[in-house]
Design a protein around this ligand. Structure first.
Ligand code: ADE
Length: 284
């Protein structure tokens, strides 16, 4: 069961609405931005599933039992259980800032035990086809550019790393469930590159492939990975390839979103459940 609380850190005052609280950790926030407000208490050991678009999370949301929702910072957060596993399914909005804001908010308020980022992507590796699944081995930004200062492309100036590795167990699980669902030939594990650009030009796709050797591109994954890495939360990106990041990308993306999400929903759900089982996470 999920309960609501009113939280006011400024006053140091937390009051619970009628409900059962024993199974839940109280929501906390280290952020001044959310010092005062009405939030939903954290579900013990929840997995956060963060996607940019409603279409990318709709199927999963519909499968939540004990479903309830809340809007925070303009983002819809859906709570419930997937096969008994407490899950928060969140629509972040498109792009790196929306994704980073959402991820930190979810981590601060709900302390998830893992973060999964499902969605669509454009293929960068020319051997990857529309409908294939890419599971991240790591993620980085293709549009972070301080090369004028002598750094390599994508390098984040002043940070220890610019390439955020996925949690290995999550990666293996997601790839396993992808293979089961769409087959070995259509499952890829590789680098996901992120930027605030919808790539729809063959020359740009080629440049990104030559520079990064990436499997696919999208607009949120590395920002989510970056925030998870800073907070030491395991994460993985699971993307269904909607287009080939070329002149036909816009048309292909639109057609794909409507029909191909069931594969992604299934793989994500199996990964949530499998991961918490393997970690023997307490689902109470
Ligand atoms: N998401 C799906 N296709 C994409 C593309 N071609 N570029 C960026 N993000 C995408």
């Amino acid at each position: 069961m999920i309960v609501s609380i009113d939280y006011d850190a400024r006053l140091g005052n937390t009051s619970y609405e009628a409900g059962i609280v024993s199974n839940f950790e109280a929501c906390y926030t280290g952020s001044t931005t959310y010092q005062k407000g009405r939030v939903i208490a954290a579900m013990k050991n929840c997995v956060a599933v963060i996607s940019a678009l409603q279409e990318e999370i709709e199927g999963l949301k519909d499968r939540l039992t004990e479903h309830t929702s809340q809007t925070m910072a303009g983002m819809e957060i859906h709570f419930g259980r997937l096969e008994g596993q407490p899950t928060a399914a969140v629509i972040s909005g498109v792009g790196k800032v929306n994704a980073a804001l959402c991820t930190q908010l979810v981590i601060d308020c709900f302390a998830p035990c893992a973060v999964i980022n499902p969605g669509a992507a454009g293929a960068i590796d020319p051997t990857i086809e529309v409908g294939d699944i890419v599971v991240s081995s790591a993620a980085c930004y293709h549009d972070f550019d301080t090369t004028a200062l002598g750094t390599p492309p994508g390098f984040i100036y002043g940070m220890q790393t610019s390439c955020f590795p996925a949690d290995h167990s999550l990666q293996l699980l997601a790839a396993h469930h992808a293979r089961e669902r769409v087959g070995e030939n259509r499952t890829h594990v590789g680098l996901v590159v992120t930027g605030d650009q919808f790539i729809a030009e063959a020359a740009q796709r080629q440049r990104i492939f030559d520079t990064f050797g990436a499997s696919c591109t999208e607009m949120e994954g590395a920002a989510i990975a970056h925030v998870c890495w800073k907070n030491r939360i395991p994460f993985v990106i699971i993307r269904a390839v909607s287009d080939k990041a070329d002149a036909k990308a816009t048309e292909s993306f639109g057609a794909f979103l409507a029909r191909a999400m069931p594969d992604l929903d299934h793989i994500t759900e199996q990964t949530v459940v499998g991961w918490t089982d393997s970690k023997q996470v307490d689902r109470a």
